[in-house]
Design a protein around this ligand. Structure first.
Ligand code: AMP
Length: 118
């Protein structure tokens, strides 16, 4: 069982933000912003590559509710999903990072120099 499946099964403790029958939201253990919540489906998908559109539609509604619940829907926020090796995905269970609570910088994401892109 993967670490996030264990969190859903309450085998590993987590700091819950919200839950319904299909999705779970909890605070990231290593926050990168004043608000850093992870949002996951209870069903296991390795990454965004594998999630069916119907599930993603319901997950979007849940993410909107979570942004409102933590009070950043009006101030603004960022949603990120890391996918695979180049995406620097560490946990192989689909998750979205919900980041906010401060003005987020937008910048240079790649280790490679931008002149190498083209
Ligand atoms: P990613 O690099 O997109 O796979 O992100 C995985 C995230 O999971 C990281 O931001 C970690 O800090 C977070 N994380 C790992 N284990 C736990 C845990 N037990 N509770 C809360 N967050 C976790």
């Amino acid at each position: 069982m993967c670490i996030f499946c264990k969190i859903i099964a309450k085998e590993i403790p987590s700091n819950m933000v919200a839950e319904n029958e299909s999705f779970y939201a909890f605070h990231d253990i290593n926050p990168k912003a004043p608000v850093h919540v992870l949002i996951i489906p209870k069903a296991h998908y390795d990454s965004f590559n594998d999630v069916p559109g119907e599930v993603m539609g319901k997950m979007s509604t849940f993410m909107q509710e979570v942004a409102k619940a933590v009070g950043i829907d009006e101030s603004g926020y960022r949603i990120i999903s890391n996918i695979g090796e180049d995406g620097a995905q560490e946990v192989k269970h689909l998750h979205f990072h919900l980041l906010g609570g401060a003005h987020l910088r937008w910048g240079h994401f790649a280790d490679a120099d931008s002149k190498d892109f083209f």
